[in-house]
Design a protein. Sequence first.
Length: 313
Amino acid sequence: MQMQFIREAHPDPERRRRLKLALFITILGNLGLAVGKGIVAAISGSAALYADAANSISDVFYSLLMSLGLWISQQPPDQSHPQGHSRFEPLAGLMVAAAMTIAAYEAARMAVVQFIAGGTAISGGWPTVALVTSAIIKALMYVWIQRIAGQVASPALDAAAKDNLSDVLTSLAAFVGTLGSRSIHPLADPIAGALVAIWIAKSAFAVWTENLKYLTGGGAPAELHEEIIQAAKSVDGVLRVHQVITEHAGPEIVADLHININGDLPLFDAHAISDEVHKRVTALTGIDRAYVHVEPCEAGAFDGAEPPDPRYN
């Protein structure tokens, strides 16, 4: 038998198709909005619209980087990455967070400059049309991308969807700012630009936090941890599950289990129990792979005794 050094993996063509669709929507939508809002912001001089345009321009760059990251993440395991390339997917999510952070800085910078200058009363017309159109398009993009992200369990697409939602709110805030600059005070426009910057920064922080957890081996949620334990216990022959350690390897979980079985069982029977535990655990949503370690004990060793919590042993 040939020694195997690379994990077997079977790419899902349907997942790839949905990822391509989501990337096409993201790139095309962000490019169109960046061009449209950039032109109107240059003509009108609105700080709030400038902030929104800067955000859209950053969206174009992150869309391209995200496409590269997702393409790499779909490559099968090879000699350089024997466990696969799934960690590149949250790395793409961090690219989204970086683009959002840059957009927040640029929006804040422009708002401060305009505020110091005393603000400008922004005329209606095209700025209003640009902001309302942007909000509508981004809302549609959010619904579409969020649905696909849920279907393919992609943290990168989930980050892009959250960015789209924040863009809806920032466009509405910019819209209010342009109206306020005419009806209340010229400073309403840079104030709205500053609020846009704060919202973008807040959303970026959430994306940073989530995707760093995926890259640094954060553990499974308590609910999934319990599901793993119960799935293993449900297999006939498992006397106890005495250790479960989980970590993210990209967007999905790797589970490491230690189970006790009757030490007098033949090796073939013990292996069959291990295979069944592996089958039931990997069937759980969010589990990429599982490693099952079998340890022997005497039959009835745990009768009438409450075993220690496997999450901490």
